[in-house]
Write a protein that binds this ligand. Structure first.
Ligand SMILES: [Zn+2]
Length: 311
């Protein structure tokens, strides 16, 4: 099954288009957000998301059905209204920064007699039910299961969107509005989908190279810590294991026994994937870590970039 994007619209098998009046202006998406519809069918959800109501208008870019069918409701570079009050990585109001995928799924079910009922009173057989606790809290509960075809299409669509728009992350509504929302819920394998879609980059620690003529490698992220080995020579290749704003934990590729902290000022990314802050690219004095590093340093500072690299 082929799927591609032309002029912000999906083209491919099992793809159709409707146009929702519930949208905002142009945006550059940075995230992908998964939802469930809590509805009874694709047709019903599409109708609802394409209807202008007196209040509480909602929409999304795509509705994904249980047989893998996709209905696109708005171009991917246009704001839709799927996230509501939400925040992530310092952003507030994810509608303006994300693509929303609504998956046809009844959501949280309730046991009534020996049946499992949705909020709209439709009953689902036990083989369409997943029992799990939500990772945001609460007891083990029955949830409407997603289908294999739907999960496979979700992965295909997510891979395409992440690649095409260079998205930073794949999240659930439950991540960006945790007190308020529980979708797509524990029946959807979000962590597996996320690592499959953006994990390749995260699995591999970034390669860095020493730019100073020699560079001290220390037990901790500060020049007051003792050295763990002889100073690293210019050109030594290291793997970045953990990045802080001024120091990084690295492992020497040629000698993995050597692991320690080095000043960010004297290492640079091998493949162009640098540290988040350009101020570290200055060449600096030609030997060891500088004495200014022993003064008070800001700790932490893992930014968006560090996150993307799985740090
Ligand atoms: Zn949602």
């Amino acid at each position: 099954m082929t799927l591609k994007i032309e002029n912000h619209q999906l083209v491919g098998d099992l793809v159709s288009h409707r146009s929702t009046p519930n949208h905002g202006g142009i945006m550059a998406p940075g995230y992908l957000i998964f939802h469930y519809t809590a509805g009874r069918s694709v047709a019903g959800s599409v109708q609802s998301l394409c209807t202008r109501k007196p209040r509480g208008n909602a929409s999304a870019h795509v509705v994904l059905g249980r047989d893998g069918e996709i209905v696109q409701l708005a171009p991917f570079n246009v704001v839709t209204w799927h996230a509501g009050v939400s925040q992530w990585a310092g952003l507030v109001g994810l509608n303006s920064h994300s693509i929303g995928i609504e998956m046809d799924n009844a959501g949280l079910l309730k046991k009534v007699g020996n049946q499992y009922q949705a909020w709209f009173a439709k009953a689902y057989p036990e083989d369409e039910v997943t029992f799990a606790a939500h990772r945001n809290g609460g007891p083990v509960s029955p949830w409407h299961a997603y289908t294999e075809a739907q999960i496979e299409r979700a992965i295909e669509l997510a891979e395409l969107l992440v690649e095409h728009y260079d998205l930073q992350d794949v999240l659930g509504h439950e991540d960006i509005a945790p007190g308020r929302k529980i979708d797509p819920g524990p029946a959807f394998p979000l962590a597996a989908v996320r690592s499959r879609v953006i994990g390749r980059e995260q699995d591999e620690p970034a390669r860095y190279v020493v730019t100073a003529s020699s560079l001290n490698i220390r037990k901790g992220p500060d020049a007051s810590f003792e050295r763990v080995a002889a100073a690293l020579k210019n050109g030594t290749e290291v793997l970045l294991l953990e990045a802080r704003d001024r120091w990084s934990l690295v492992e020497v590729i040629a000698d993995p026994e050597i692991e320690g902290w080095v000043s960010n000022a004297y290492i640079t990314a091998r493949s162009g994937r640098g540290l988040a802050t350009p101020r570290f690219t200055v060449a600096g004095p030609a030997s060891t870590d500088p004495t200014f590093a022993s003064s008070k340093l800001k700790k932490g500072g893992k930014g968006k970039k560090a996150r993307k690299h799985g740090l």
